[in-house]
Design a protein around this ligand. Structure first.
Ligand code: DC
Length: 224
């Protein structure tokens, strides 16, 4: 079974997807983490976010997803585990530009499909989250959820995450980062953020994580 969760930054996709994966013993694939690893590769190579740079840098970038025995997804860049290093405001500020590049998207989508089918075979279920997982990566998914939440609520959530990780950034900067990212994710030419016609919308503004997880789990069970 393949489940997709798409939506804007901070709408609660990854926390919900992880909760659902845990409850149902499914594998979780965070597609944003893969774009973030590519963005970190660009930063390390001092490359501009252009198609020319992508054609030059991508062939030598090795982005890999691994699932150690505890089931938590890990991302590797050139054999180095970078699951934490991709969560910096620096990566956050370049990733949405890099994820608009066609060669980057083509390579990531192909890899996400491969991982999705492989893990579904081994574990029976995969839950992906991102921006285009229900529209482009798995248009034939068994269940598609589109998550939304107010900008202010999403900024507060991201700000709390950054604070817990000890990162110094103001709430206003986070608000701006979210607005900029929404704008770019929604208006890009390739695979823009949009709700698939057959997706169920879940507004998480006033929902707890448990409620969000239960919402998705109930719908998965109804389809099983
Ligand atoms: O979900 P996130 O904040 O980790 O995503 C990082 C960036 O990657 C975000 O700017 C949008 C982009 N992204 C994308 O274009 N397509 C996806 N399927 C997932 C993320």
């Amino acid at each position: 079974m393949i489940i997709t969760i798409d939506g804007p930054a901070g709408s609660g996709k990854s926390t919900t997807a992880q909760g659902v994966a845990e409850r149902l013993q499914f594998v979780y694939l965070d597609t944003g983490a893969m774009y973030r690893a590519v963005a970190l590769g660009f930063l390390r190579a001092d490359a501009e976010p252009t198609t020319d740079a992508a054609d030059r840098v991508l062939p030598s970038l090795d982005v890999e997803v691994r699932y150690p025995s505890d089931g938590q997804m890990q991302v590797f860049l050139d054999e180095e585990e970078v699951s934490q290093k991709i969560r910096t405001p620096e990566v956050g500020s370049v990733v949405s530009q890099i994820s608009t590049l066609r060669p980057v998207r083509e390579r990531m989508v192909q890899e996400q499909r491969r991982i999705g089918f492989e893990q579904e075979q081994h574990h029976g279920g995969v839950i992906l989250d991102g921006r285009d997982t229900g529209t482009v990566v798995f248009p034939e998914a068994d269940l598609k959820v589109f998550m939304v939440a107010d900008v202010e609520e999403r900024a507060q959530r991201r700000y709390r995450e950054y604070s817990q990780e000890g990162k110094s950034i103001s709430l206003e900067e986070v608000r701006q980062e979210i607005r900029d990212r929404d704008e770019r994710d929604r208006n890009r030419d390739i695979a823009p953020l949009r709700r698939a016609d057959d997706a169920i919308t879940l507004d998480t503004t006033e929902k707890t994580i448990d409620e969000q997880v239960a919402f998705v789990v109930d719908r998965v069970k109804a389809r099983q």
